[in-house]
Write a protein of this length. Structure first.
Ligand code: NAD
Length: 482
């Protein structure tokens, strides 16, 4: 765990003061500054890809394949999109006005918030740290990034290269754990963007409340997958495996957490899952290089406790092997688990997949809706009515039909939670909006100063103003002439 003994409340205060001065100078507001910083991020990523892969391998034994796609490519795309669209995003949006304000024009200006704090989690430590930074910079803010101490190699890499490539008077990285984050949270920010678990989310939100600072909370939850029998089973199973074990070995906020399927279909589904798990990870998955390890012994022990819970120990139908020395747990499936087992109480966040069975698939909606709202919800079916019911009746941060996790890669969709899975969202233009204030500006001239607005108040003037508010020319004419 990295702790930065030199960084305390006083250091945080001085840092924020400096960033506020930079922001007040106005330099981060210009298009030129924003573009140059976004280009610097892109340059940093392009020039140091190998080191980024090395850091992710050191922190999580993350396969280079996954790091290249889910961390590096996504960041490059996010940066390129911001560079391409920035001018358009920054353009004031002209909007219509009303008769009451006639003659006038109006626009909405996206103005930067000021000094923002980004606190990141360890599971996609590169993506989750830099993606919000891209949004914050594009929107013209100064930024402090606090990467996760649980992924120290990536944290150190970010501190080194953000310092080297970016404007150090406007963008800072603070490494550290709880003491450093607490020192940062004592300060007054213009926005706090936090990614992590909901317990710390509550700490962040109460610290922010002291200063009336708005927050974005990117949290997690138990993301369900409903599996119908009317599907292309092989494709569905490959996509479930890819979202569960092929995304950081289940340590992903939108990884499938539990499956709901019918009692009749469950054996067929389990057989197919087993078939492809063996195809992908071999007979000895603990030795596979294509699967991440568990991040540390705390999380390893947490997962083993879920697995060794008396209520589920006889429910393991696949996997269950563990290697404490290398912090590996094999892809594991548990079938027909009781609702009151430990594994169903909290987000699994690891390679264990729970399967619940129901008599009728429609019963799954009740199960999902009786729990806190998840970050993602998935459905595999060809049934049109079921799709419609799922989309209209299930509340989740995002949802995906006939696949898992990929909605995260679509920048035209907002990414974020609802209820217990978080608040606010980002990605693409939504990132820019998240770090901007939409300022309403109305321009008037000295024309059209309707005398009806002023005392003495008369019934006729009241009629006139009501008509103007309603936007009805006819009513205005009636008020004036009748
Ligand atoms: P973590 O342990 O890295 O903690 C997140 C951040 O909070 C770190 O920077 C850490 O230093 C800080 N922190 C920890 N304890 C603190 C405290 N007491 N006070 C102040 N700051 C503190 O990550 P985690 O919480 O284990 O992350 C996993 C969780 O994050 C899961 O629930 C996952 O679903 C969620 N997650 C959500 C998203 C998303 O985009 N919605 C993405 C990734 C992870």
């Amino acid at each position: 765990m990295t702790t930065n003994k030199l960084f305390d409340g006083e250091s945080a205060k001085v840092m924020v003061k400096g960033l506020r001065e930079t922001f007040s100078s106005g330099k981060t507001k210009s298009y030129a500054w924003r573009i140059s910083q976004l280009r610097s991020i892109l340059k940093f990523v392009r020039c140091h890809e190998k080191e980024i892969l090395d850091a992710l391998r050191s922190d999580l034994a993350k396969p280079d394949f996954e790091s290249s796609i889910y961390e590096i490519c996504l960041i490059k795309n996010s940066c390129k999109l911001a560079i391409k669209k920035l001018k358009c995003w920054m353009k004031p949006e002209k909007v219509s006005t009303t008769l009451l304000t006639f003659p006038s024009t109006a626009e909405i200006l996206a103005e930067p918030l000021g000094v923002v704090l980004i606190i990141a989690a360890w599971n996609f430590p590169f993506l989750i740290s830099l993606d919000p930074v891209i949004g914050a910079i594009a929107a013209g803010n100064t930024v402090v990034l606090k990467p996760s101490e649980v992924s120290p190699a990536t944290s150190a890499l970010l501190a080194k290269y953000v310092g080297e490539y970016m404007d150090s008077s406007a963008v800072k990285v603070v490494e550290g754990a709880i003491p450093e984050t607490s020192a940062l949270l004592e300060q007054k920010w213009d926005k706090i963007f936090y990614t992590g678990n909901s317990k710390v989310g509550r700490i962040v939100m109460s610290a922010a409340a002291k200063h009336l600072t708005p927050v974005v909370l990117e949290l997690g939850g138990k993301s369900p997958v409903i599996v119908d029998s009317d599907i292309d089973l092989k494709v569905a199973v490959r996509r479930i495996i890819s979202g569960k074990w092929g995304c950081n070995n289940g340590q992903a906020c939108i990884a499938p957490d539990y499956i709901i399927t019918t009692k009749d279909f469950a054996p067929t589904l389990v057989d197919c899952l087993k078939l492809y798990l063996e195809k992908f990870y071999g007979e000895e998955p603990l030795k596979s290089k294509d699967i991440s390890r568990i991040v540390n012994s705390n999380h390893f022990n947490r997962l083993i406790k879920l697995l060794d819970d008396d209520k589920v120990s006889d429910k393991i139908v696949h996997g269950g092997q563990r290697d404490i020395n290398n912090l590996k747990i094999s892809p594991t499936i548990l079938l027909d688990i009781p609702d009151d087992s430990l594994i169903m109480s909290d987000e699994i966040f690891g390679p264990l997949l729970a399967i619940l069975t129901v008599d009728h698939l429609e019963d799954s909606f009740k199960i999902i809706n009786s729990r806190p709202k998840p970050l993602a919800a998935y459905l595999f079916t060809n049934n049109k009515k079921l799709k419609e019911k799922f989309v209209s009746d299930v509340s989740a941060g995002g949802m995906l039909i006939n696949d898992t996790t990929l909605h995260l890669s679509v920048p035209t969709l907002p990414f974020g939670g609802v209820g217990e899975s978080g608040m606010g969202g980002y990605h693409g233009k939504f990132s820019f909006d998240t770090f901007s204030h939409k300022k309403a500006v109305l321009y008037r001239t000295y024309l059209g100063d309707a005398p009806q607005k002023y005392p003495p108040y008369t019934p006729q003037n009241l009629k006139f103003l009501k008509a103007a508010i309603k936007g009805s020319f006819c009513d205005i004419l009636r008020a004036v002439f009748c």
